[in-house]
Design a protein around this ligand. Structure first.
Ligand code: KG4
Ligand code: ZN
Length: 333
C-alpha cells in the first residue's frame, strides 16, 4: 500500500499545503499573504484571519494537483510550532477536524526540524551525519543531524535571527516587508564598501542586535550630513549589510565544521534563499573540501512540502499525535 499524506503549514504568513505519496512530493501550494507588506512586519491577527480564508482553497489545490481525493489520504500532518499561535491554531484545528472526519491519523511536525529535513525532498541528499545552518525570520541555528536523523543544536542566536537582521535593516531603509529578497537584489548592484562590526560571541552562538544598532547609527549619522544618503547609496548599503550578515553566519559554520570534523554542510530556511549566502557557501565548500547542499528556492522559504517530508518519516516510524494535541508557539526543539 502506498503512503499518501496531506501536510499543512500555517506557522507565520504563508498558508501552504502539500501532498506526498511514497516519499515523493506531488504538490506544494503556497499562498503568501501580502497584507503585511504595508505594515513592515507580520500582523498576527491579520495573519490568522487570512489563513482562515486561504486554507480551504490551498488544500483543495494541493489535492487536485496531486491528482488524489481526500478519501485516498492515509494521514494528515501539520506544523505544531514554533510560530504565531493564532496562525498555528488555524492549521492545527483544520488538520484535526479533517482527519477526524476521514478517520485517519494525524502527525505533528516541528517547523524548524522540517526546514532541515527539506534536504531529503530531492537529490542530492546530504550523507548523515551532516550540519545544517538554519536561517529564518525567527531562528538562526547550527544543527547537527545525526545518523538516525535526530538533531542537536550546536549554536543559536542569542537575540535577533538572521532574517530579522535583513527585515529590520530593510525597515530602516524604507524597503517593504519581508526585506530579505529586496536587500538581496539591491546587494547584487552594489559593493560592500561600508564596514559594519562583526560581533564577538562565544562558542557557536550568534548575535545580530549589535549589527542592527550599528546600522541604525550609521544611517542616522549619514542622513544628518546628507538627507539623500539612503537613496544615493541604497545598493552599497545593502551589499555591505548582506556581506556582514553572511560573514557572521559563515564564520560560525566554519567553526562548527572544524569542531565536529563534518564536511557535509547544508543551509535551510528563508534566508538560505539569499543569493549571496548561496554563493559564499558554495565557494567555501570548494575551498575547504565540503560537500554543500542548498535547497531548491521553493523549499527554502516556508512551505508545506518540508512538513510533508518530515511527516513521511514519522508515518513510517508510527509516530502519530493524539486528537487532543494543541499548537505550541514556543515548541521546544
Ligand atoms: O523560513 P521563512 O520563510 O519563515 C520563517 O520561518 O521565519 O523565513 C523568512 C525570512 C524573512 O526574514 C525573509 O526576509 C528572509 O527569510 N528571506 C531572505 C531572502 N528570502 C527570504 N533573506 C535574505 N535574502 C533572501 N533572498
Ligand atoms: Zn520557516
Amino acid at each position: 500500500m502506498s503512503i499518501k499524506i496531506l501536510a499543512i503549514e500555517s506557522s507565520c504568513d504563508d498558508t501552504s499545503a502539500s501532498v506526498i505519496i511514497d516519499a515523493k512530493i506531488c504538490s506544494n501550494v503556497v499562498s503568501t499573504q501580502e497584507i503585511h507588506e504595508k505594515y513592515g512586519g507580520v500582523v498576527p491577527e491579520a495573519a490568522s484571519r487570512q489563513h482562515q480564508i486561504s486554507i480551504l482553497p490551498v488544500i483543495k489545490a494541493a489535492l487536485d494537483k496531486a491528482g488524489i481525493d481526500k478519501s485516498d489520504l492515509n494521514a494528515i500532518a501539520f506544523t505544531r510550532g514554533p510560530g504565531l499561535l493564532g496562525s498555528l491554531i488555524v492549521g492545527v484545528s483544520f488538520a484535526k477536524s479533517m482527519a477526524m472526519a476521514l478517520n485517519i491519523p494525524i502527525i505533528e511536525v516541528h517547523h524548524m526540524k522540517a526546514h532541515v529535513l527539506a534536504h531529503f525532498i530531492e537529490d542530492p541528499i546530504p550523507a548523515l551525519p551532516f550540519l545544517c545552518l538554519t536561517v529564518s525570520g525567527g531562528h538562526t541555528q547550527i544543527v547537527k543531524v545525526n545518523k538516525d536523523k535526530s538533531m542537536d543544536i550546536l549554536g543559536k542566536t542569542l537575540d535577533d535571527a538572521a532574517g530579522e537582521a535583513f527585515d529590520k535593516t530593510g525597515k530602516m531603509l524604507g524597503l517593504p516587508y519581508p526585506a530579505g529578497p529586496h536587500i538581496d537584489r539591491a546587494a547584487k548592484l552594489g559593493s560592500a564598501k561600508f564596514e559594519f562590526p562583526e560581533p564577538k560571541v562565544d562558542d557557536l552562538n550568534f548575535s545580530f542586535s549589535g549589527l542592527k544598532t550599528a546600522i541604525l547609527y550609521f544611517i542616522r549619522d549619514n542622513i544628518k550630513e546628507n538627507p539623500k544618503f539612503i537613496d544615493e547609496n541604497m545598493n552599497d548599503i545593502c551589499a555591505s549589510v548582506q556581506a556582514r550578515i553572511i560573514s557572521i553566519l559563515m564564520n560560525k559554520l566554519k567553526k562548527a565544521a572544524t569542531q565536529t570534523g563534518i564536511k557535509e554542510i547544508s543551509i535551510a530556511g528563508g534566508v538560505s534563499a539569499n543569493s549571496g549566502l548561496r554563493k559564499v557557501l558554495t565557494d567555501t565548500g570548494l575551498d575547504l573540501g565540503w560537500n554543500t547542499y542548498i535547497p531548491k528556492f521553493e523549499y527554502c522559504t516556508d512551505n508545506a512540502a518540508m512538513i510533508a517530508m518530515t511527516a513521511h518519516f514519522k508515518y513510517v516510524k508510527g509516530e502519530f499525535a493524539k486528537q487532543d494535541i494543541t499548537p505550541a508557539a514556543r515548541l521546544p526543539f
